[in-house]
Design a protein around this ligand. Structure first.
Ligand SMILES: Nc1ncnc2c1ncn2[C@@H]1O[C@H](COP(=O)(O)OP(=O)(O)OP(=O)(O)O)[C@@H](O)[C@H]1O
Ligand SMILES: [Mg+2]
Length: 330
């Protein structure tokens, strides 16, 4: 499996403007501030971090819904942000997104058939006009919806079913990558597992790669081959599922893991509990040096002056901490 997507030093800053016609820039929200990772065909990369750390902005930039401030993304070796013409059209088929909120992301005035079939209007080469209704029915069946409901409207479905509609639409053009931006966060807990299982099945069936965004490390564990932990616009630790959950080395990852609920009461008692204090600082004025230092129990003087790089140390995975060291959380 070769690299499908390679993201290098991706930056997205939003200018904060004031004054007449908002012409004066008074600051920049550093939503994504130098993110690099790669994604192989068929693989799932989980992206985890607290609210506001830049996960959705990363997704929007990767999908070309927002232009990057700087940085590159290569899809099958082609630079995504400068694709034009036929190459751009091809790429648009290959990368799709599923959004968080199935209540607002579907047009309420369109039938399910029109919503799922809409991509074929833009890419008629994928399904000739005569075959579209059949193809839409197939897609509804694949995501576990009744194909007979093709003429219903979004409000006639539950939240979980609506998310299935969004997934069917994302699958329509047979993409290679789906960016999932918290696809189950808005759903009832009882429904979340069903939608996660569906995404896992679809991955096996169609060889999909996922960039799977979530707040919480527990959500992505079963689906992810690798996990990237984000804090204030940066990846602070990235590794395989085993490296992140069994051998985390960044204090922030350790704190997030410590907050994951444990079902087994015998483990609960023995558990290493780390409580994060304070709020995430503003991405307008991130702390100097290490951005996590204002909430870190390990912080020393060097953390305020030297920004730790996402280094690969010998024998372990990349972790952006001057004092990275393994700590087993359970
Ligand atoms: N269009 C915009 N203009 C200005 N600032 C923005 C814009 N979009 C996002 N931001 C800011 O960028 C930062 C990152 O936001 P983003 O939505 O990417 O975070 P997130 O990790 O997806 O959060 P959540 O978990 O709540 O979805 C936040 O401070 C947010 O306020
Ligand atoms: Mg978000």
């Amino acid at each position: 499996m070769g690299e499908l997507l390679e993201v290098r030093d991706l930056v997205k800053h939003f200018p904060v403007t004031r004054g007449v016609a908002f012409r004066r820039t008074v600051g920049r929200v550093r939503a994504v501030d130098g993110v690099s990772f790669s994604l192989r065909a068929g693989e799932t990369l989980g992206v985890v971090g607290e609210s506001g750390c830049g996960k959705s902005t990363l997704a929007q930039v990767l999908m070309r819904l927002e232009p990057p401030t700087s940085g590159t993304a290569l899809f099958e070796g082609e630079p995504v942000f400068s694709l034009r013409g036929a190459a751009l059209r091809r790429w648009r088929r290959d990368m799709q997104i599923v959004l968080q909120d199935p209540y607002t992301s579907l047009n309420p005035r369109m039938t399910v058939g029109d919503i799922v079939g809409e991509p074929f209007e833009i890419h008629p080469e994928v399904a000739p006009r005569g075959s579209r209704a059949g193809r839409v029915r197939e897609l509804l069946d694949v995501v576990g919806l009744n194909p007979e409901h093709i003429n219903r409207y979004p409000h006639q479905f539950s939240g979980g079913q609506r998310q299935r509609i969004g997934i069917a639409r994302a699958l329509a053009l047979r993409p290679k990558v789906i960016v999932c931006d918290e696809p189950v966060s808005a759903l009832d807990v009882s429904i979340q597992a069903q939608v996660m299982n569906l995404l896992a099945e679809l991955q096996g069936e169609f060889g999909l790669a996922y960039v799977f965004i979530a707040h919480d490390l527990s959500v992505v564990r079963h689906l992810s081959d690798r996990v990237a932990v984000m804090y204030l616009g940066k990846i602070v630790e990235i590794g395989t599922e085993e490296e992140i959950y069994e051998h985390p080395t960044h204090p922030y990852t350790q704190a997030l893991l410590s907050a994951v609920p444990v079902a087994d009461p015998t483990l609960r008692g023995r558990r290493d509990v780390i409580r994060l204090t304070g709020d995430v600082p503003s991405p307008l004025t991130p702390p100097t040096g290490c951005r996590f230092r204002t909430r870190c129990w390990k912080a020393q003087d060097v953390c305020a002056t030297d920004e730790p790089a996402l280094l690969t140390r010998i024998g372990t995975h990349p972790s952006a901490c001057h004092f990275a060291e393994e700590r087993h959380i359970i």
